[in-house]
Design a protein around this ligand. Structure first.
Ligand code: BTN
Length: 125
């Protein structure tokens, strides 16, 4: 069973906290990124997402959006929650980071893509 609720850290050193899921599989939380594409001072930012709601989804797919408080950018993450061979939970994600540009002429350079792997910050007892 892979559970999204809790505290996670990724390969960049970013940390996030995901709250309890509601009956529709929706959740909110907070994201503390370790890095930024800007020169702004990093601030903890809110996230909102949902987990796919099929029955018996022990390794569910999910997506969430981070609305950055310290920049004009938005990142969307999508991924799947897995339990690895050692029983550890792991979130395999891909993300798109959309930056604001001043002109439609600069639209071509406004989106970055990448992957992040998250593990639980404090493993569940
Ligand atoms: C910005 O720089 O405008 C906002 C912060 C973006 C941080 C990105 S989101 C994808 C990647 N994964 C992280 O944990 N941080 C970076």
């Amino acid at each position: 069973q892979c559970v999204l609720t809790g505290q996670w850290t990724n390969d960049l050193g970013s940390n996030m906290t995901i709250g309890a899921l509601n009956e529709k599989g929706e959740f909110s939380g907070s994201y503390h990124t370790a890095v930024t594409a800007t020169t702004n001072k990093i601030q903890i930012s809110p996230l909102q997402g949902s987990q796919h709601s099929t029955n018996q989804n022990s390794q569910p797919t999910f997506g969430f959006t981070v609305n950055w408080r310290f920049s004009d950018s938005v990142t969307v993450f999508t991924g799947q929650c897995f339990v690895d061979e050692d029983g550890r939970e792991i979130l395999k994600t891909m993300w798109l980071l959309r930056s604001r540009v001043n002109s439609i002429k600069d639209d071509w350079k406004a989106t970055m893509v990448g992957i992040n792997v998250f593990t639980r910050l404090h493993s569940r007892e």
